[in-house]
Design a protein around this ligand. Structure first.
Ligand SMILES: C[S@@+](CC[C@H](N)C(=O)[O-])C[C@H]1O[C@@H](n2cnc3c(N)ncnc32)[C@H](O)[C@@H]1O
Length: 297
């Protein structure tokens, strides 16, 4: 794998990220073996293209790799760099939606390396993807990487408060100063909506990593970069629903809410009805009534 580490205005990939990626893909590889890993499909976010290079390096054919990138310049660069890969200029939710409608496409991994703040839009995207992949016939590994200490906005802070009130350990948010690892764990408890009543989520226990990245800031001073975090989530069709039901957002997300998320991404009612396999009239009915869920995400 090329060493993309560099210091400057646009620093390249940190070694921590390379190691984290290797760890995450090794989980999926261990579960299914190399030949299935190669035969199936993989969805990643664009960025510097590190995940694409890693998948190619592991022998996944270019046509089985799907890249979603919302930033237009990044999208254009990636399309030039990887002409045989399926690179799309869209929210990953749309990519997953389209792929989940093709019975021949089995998504083995979904790597959501947002490196972004935990907020309601991010949670809605993750929940939407999980909901869509639940229709698949295979296990899908989902990795989510987020900043560990930059949550902002009333909604997310309220959500964090409610998790706190549910009685998870009392390390939020002060422990972030002393232990980025614990902070990371708390974040995922928020993301999965796990409280004391249900205990630690069985699907994510031991299945996440946290890392602290550091490098040169724009002014040349060494900066302590935000912590990233990742977990994987594996689903199984028809089983394990007891534990899946503990996932607050994904399990509670109705087809109607999902439809609103997709509309927000620019799809129209007929497209959404086809993608979600819902009658046109029903979808049109949802959109004709202005409801609270219209503001979802
Ligand atoms: C941290 S980078 C990904 C880096 C990539 N893992 C790599 O190895 O180079 C995240 C990228 O995802 C894009 N992005 C963020 N949210 C997205 C979304 N919901 N759908 C598609 N792209 C998104 C950002 O524009 C950014 O380029």
């Amino acid at each position: 794998m090329a060493n993309t580490y560099a210091v400057g205005l646009f620093p390249g990939e940190r070694p921590q990220k390379t190691i984290t990626r290797a760890f995450l893909y090794s989980i999926a590889l261990r579960r299914h073996g190399l030949s299935e890993f190669r035969a199936r499909h993989h969805v990643v976010l664009g960025g510097l293209g590190g995940d694409v290079r890693a998948l190619l390096h592991l022998g996944v054919p270019a046509e089985n790799i799907h890249v979603a990138e919302t930033n237009r310049r990044t999208f254009l660069r990636l399309r030039r760099e990887f002409p045989s890969v399926d690179v799309r200029h869209e929210n990953v939710l749309l990519t997953v939606c389209r792929l989940s409608c093709c019975p021949a496409v089995l998504v083995e991994t979904l790597n959501l390396d947002f490196c972004g703040k935990l907020d309601d839009a991010l949670i809605a995207t993750v929940a939407g993807c999980i909901k869509l992949l639940q229709r698949s016939l295979i296990y899908t590994s989902i990795f989510v990487t987020i900043f560990g200490a930059r949550e902002q906005g009333k909604e997310i802070l309220t959500r964090i408060d409610s998790v706190k009130k549910n009685g998870i350990r009392n390390f939020w948010p002060t422990s972030s100063k002393t232990s980025s690892h614990l902070r990371c764990e708390a974040l995922y408890e928020c993301l999965l909506g796990v409280g004391a009543s249900t205990g630690r989520h069985p699907l994510y226990r031991g299945s996440y990593v946290s890392y602290v990245s550091s490098g040169a800031s724009l002014k040349g001073k060494n900066a302590h970069c935000p912590m990233g975090a990742a977990f994987f989530y594996i689903r199984r069709m028809g089983k394990a629903h007891d534990s899946l039901n503990r996932l607050v957002r994904a399990e509670d997300l109705s087809s109607r809410e999902l439809a609103f998320l997709l509309r927000k991404e620019g799809l129209n009612a007929p497209e959404i009805s086809a993608l979600l396999n819902e009658p046109r009239q029903r979808v049109a009915g949802w959109f004709s009534v202005r409801t609270k869920t219209a503001q979802l995400g």
